[in-house]
Design a protein around this ligand. Sequence first.
Ligand code: ZN
Length: 94
Amino acid sequence: MDEAELKKFIENSKVTREKTLEFLKKDLIDKKFSLESWKSPKDNPNWSHDHCEICNKEISNLEDVENEAYTDEGGFYWICNACFKIYQKSLGLD
Ligand SMILES: [Zn+2]
């Protein structure tokens, strides 16, 4: 990847990130988030992991990945520690 391609890639990632945040913000209105240890959903014990809604980082109870993250009361959305700190305000989660 040359420098121009890299610049374009970074710019596209930024646009994608902004769109993700825009959609998330609508979804997350009125949802309460708290820091939880990841576990598979009660109704789906074979569920192995989730991904951060923003950066796609893997969150599960396995070694070498994030084991704790912020989740809503239904355990549907997961946001990693780093992203929660950065985007908490812009997502209206404070
Ligand atoms: Zn993240």
